[in-house]
Design a protein around this ligand. Structure first.
Ligand code: CP
Ligand code: NVA
Length: 300
């Protein structure tokens, strides 16, 4: 594993190794010297709270250093040249951008590992943190039902690929015109080690007897102009108490955040005892530290 561009590129063993190392790192004191003397460049072409802070703090806690670059550096020259240049200075690059091809181009140009910190297509760091959270709360049993209800977007795509790799059954309910990419579905089916991936358009069937209910914003970054139209179409996909009642009583509620409270999730659900959204956010830090150790060569 040289890069983390898509979970599809990882073997099942790579994913299991990341989850195991995450457990280990999470149980250790926060600060170590696993990445002493290593540097990570961060480039964000979209806003970020969780990804930015967890990568910066994660590098600091591992004894390394993070260098934040302005979004402009990814626009001034060809992305592969950005990768070639940065590879002369740093040991890894984290990139958040719009077109997925740009992350691929950066990874092609760079001789150091490139980590996809979200593209319009994928959000692999999120999904690795998510399966780690499911493993912590429920175990990784093939009897579980994970329900993703909402937009068939980047978060949904990476969740599909991650669930397929670790063998979690995933039921997805989206409006007909916002279903996930058929190419990613095909990849997930190919990767699936016995897990079922079911595509539906009915949130009620998806929520029924679910062990996990997951949602994300209806309007992702870069789609703001479509907000009004999307709000209407997605209305019946809201995660509210009525929908949660259909799931198992110990269902966990997940959201990658940021949430638009009152749209895709109600306050009541987000703040309920079933909600694990902030544990999920915390796990981004632990899982990314494991990814950094494995990619930047600091595994002890
Ligand atoms: N979930 C997530 O990636 O959050 P940020 O956009 O705040 O990084
Ligand atoms: N789907 C959301 C995820 C944010 C972390 C977006 O792309 O804006």
């Amino acid at each position: 594993m040289k890069d983390l561009v898509s979970i599809h590129d990882l073997s099942k063993q790579d994913v299991l190794d990341i989850l195991d190392l995450t457990t280990q790192i999470k149980s250790e004191p926060l600060n170590s010297e696993r990445l002493k003397g290593k540097a990570l460049a961060l480039i964000f072409e979209k806003p970020s709270n969780r990804t930015r802070v967890s990568f910066e703090v994660g590098m600091f806690q591992l004894g390394g250093h993070a260098v934040s670059l302005s979004a402009e550096v990814a626009k001034r020259e060809e992305i592969k040249d950005v990768g070639r240049t940065l590879s002369r200075y740093v040991d890894g690059i984290m990139f958040r951008t719009f077109q997925h091809e740009k992350v691929v181009g950066l990874a092609e140009g760079a001789s150091v590992p490139v980590i996809n910190g979200l593209s319009d297509l994928l959000h692999p760091c999120q999904a690795l943190g998510d399966v780690f959270t499911i493993k912590e709360k429920k175990g990784l049993s093939n009897n579980l039902k994970v329900a993703y209800i909402g937009d068939g977007n980047n978060v949904c795509h990476s969740l599909m690929l991650a669930c397929a790799k670790v063998g979690l059954n995933l039921t997805i309910a989206t409006p007909k015109q916002y279903k996930p990419s058929s190419e990613i579905l095909h990849q997930a089916m190919t990767d699936s080690s016995g897990a079922e991936i079911t595509l539906l358009h009915d949130p009620v069937i998806a929520a029924k007897d679910a062990d996990v209910i997951y949602t994300d914003v209806w309007t992702s970054m870069g789609q703001e102009k479509e907000n009004k139209k999307r709000k209407k179409i997605f209305k019946k996909f809201q995660i509210n108490q009525e929908l949660v009642k259909l799931a198992k009583p110990d269902v966990i509620i997940m959201h990658c955040l940021p949430a638009h409270r009152g749209d895709e999730i109600t306050d009541e659900v987000m703040d309920s005892n079933n909600s694990v959204v902030f544990d999920q956010a915390e796990n981004r830090l632990h899982v990314q530290k494991a990814v950094l150790c494995l990619l930047l060569g600091g595994k002890e």
